[in-house]
Design a protein around this ligand. Structure first.
Ligand code: PLP
Length: 373
């Protein structure tokens, strides 16, 4: 039988078994609408509150600072489009390597007269804080920078960037979709005003996430409708998925050190094994990056073709972001870090997760050897 290796955990991850078990109760038995006053809705209502508390504890927030959403895309759009910005300050600063959920939400704001400034990154995908210092002024209302990049894994110095934003009177949003549950995050230590997360990136279910909104930050509702989520996010709560998200996040956060170690070990083994071959490649991204995420560019190659050849061997990797994997152009991130022209088109992303093993690493390297032989 053909072996199946899933090494695309940055695109989405397998549902945590405890999360699945916890969800079943709220799908099949305790399925009441939490907005109803009768006693049948008491249990799901309690579960909703408990999930809010668990998630808040995982990221150092207060429960009433957590707002449930349908995932990272909604959280990013809500944060950028609905934050109550000072009408006299029409500049938003973001980076050139953000996810399209942020880039396109910023683009939307241009139609309301906002000017968008895109910060450049260095060859490793890092934003030098001086570029923000140069770009920011008293017309800047919002700065939106991702915690970790989804294609190359580079982690930004969010605390410093947030401090610079605040000292210039701007609010700070952080897209932490790739980082939450994989590296330790404490919103109070970072100082951010808004932070986006998505459950399916940390072994939770798909189609659910949350937006952290610091107490006292004024944001208006994205959807018009009922009074759910403190009147700020209308729509019947996806209770089973919210419960699953909380269980998955707690499991990941409780085991974060082991998971980091496991993913780093796999990544190091992969590079050691790849270096034993004569395949010519570049490893993209900074030293400070997401554990287990490898962005590799192969000389005179086509990332798309490598992906399909690996697929024939039962191995799932990606060429970049899941959302634009049908796009055969060089991604905006690979462009922004100026990967050598001979290598840029041959980029793939391998992202290990807690279910991957040393055997998987050997299988992937051996499949690559066949491709490049
Ligand atoms: N932001 C980043 C950095 C991501 O990697 C993704 C998904 O790949 C998103 C936002 C969108 O999240 P979702 O799939 O939950 O809409």
């Amino acid at each position: 039988m053909k072996k199946f290796i899933y090494a695309d955990n940055a695109a989405t991850s397998k549902l945590d078994m405890d999360a699945f078990e916890a969800m079943k109760l709220y799908l099949l038995q305790e399925f009441g609408n939490v907005s109803q006053p009768y006693s049948f809705s008491r249990k799901p209502k309690k579960a909703l509150q408990k999930a809010r508390e668990i998630i808040a504890t995982c990221i150092g927030a207060m429960p009433d600072e957590i707002y449930f959403t349908s995932g990272g895309t909604e959280s990013d759009n809500w944060a950028i489009k609905c934050i109550n910005l000072n009408q006299n300050k029409k500049k938003i600063i973001t980076s050139s390597i953000e996810h399209h959920a942020v880039l396109n939400a910023c683009k939307f704001m241009e139609s309301f007269g906002y000017k968008i400034k895109y910060l450049n990154v260095d060859n490793e995908g890092t934003i030098n804080s001086s570029t923000l210092e140069e770009a920011i002024d008293n017309t800047t209302s919002l700065v939106s920078i991702m915690y970790a990049n989804n294609e190359i894994g580079t982690i930004q110095d969010i605390k410093t960037l947030c401090d610079i934003s605040h000292s210039n009177g701007a609010l700070f949003h952080c897209d932490a979709v790739q980082a939450i549950g994989h590296v330790k995050i404490n919103v109070k230590d970072l100082g951010v005003d808004l932070l986006s997360a998505s459950a399916h990136k940390f072994n939770g279910p798909k189609g659910v996430g949350f937006l952290y909104v610091k107490k006292g930050t004024h944001i208006s509702s994205f959807f018009a409708g009922g009074s759910q989520e403190n009147d700020l996010r209308a729509g019947t709560e996806n209770i089973a998925s919210i419960v699953g998200m909380a269980v998955a996040l707690k499991n990941n956060c409780d085991n974060i050190e082991n998971n980091v170690q496991h993913n780093r070990k796999l990544e190091d083994l992969f590079i050691r094994e790849l270096d034993k071959t004569n395949i010519k490649y570049i490893k993209n991204g900074a030293k400070d990056k997401l554990p287990g995420l490898l962005s590799l560019s192969f000389r005179n190659s086509d990332g798309e073709a490598i992906l399909h050849r690996l697929d024939l061997s039962g191995i799932c990797v990606s060429t970049g972001a899941a959302c634009n994997s049908t796009d055969t152009q060089v991604s905006h991130v690979i462009n922004a870090i100026s990967v050598d022209k001979a290598y840029e088109k041959g980029t793939i992303r391998i992202s290990f997760g807690k279910d991957n093993t040393d055997d998987d690493v050997h299988e992937i390297v051996s499949a690559l050897c066949k491709i490049f032989s």
